[in-house]
Write a protein that binds this ligand. Structure first.
Ligand SMILES: [Zn+2]
Length: 56
């Protein structure tokens, strides 16, 4: 599972594809969690994961 801010959404998608070899699923988070972006210290906005949850 990769969490990213808006600025790092594309990078998160690229990394997910690198790991799974498949187009990942990207969800805009509805609830406010305190999860940080994987690439910076901003609060994450998107959740990115593979077809099988937990694959990324
Ligand atoms: Zn970020």
């Amino acid at each position: 599972m990769i969490y990213t801010c808006a600025a790092h959404a594309e990078r998160g998608l690229d990394d997910a594809i690198d790991k799974t070899g498949e187009p990942p699923i990207m969800e805009k988070k509805n609830n406010i969690l305190s999860t940080k972006c994987c690439y910076c210290t901003d609060q994450s906005v998107y959740k990115i994961y593979g077809m099988a949850e937990g694959q990324v």
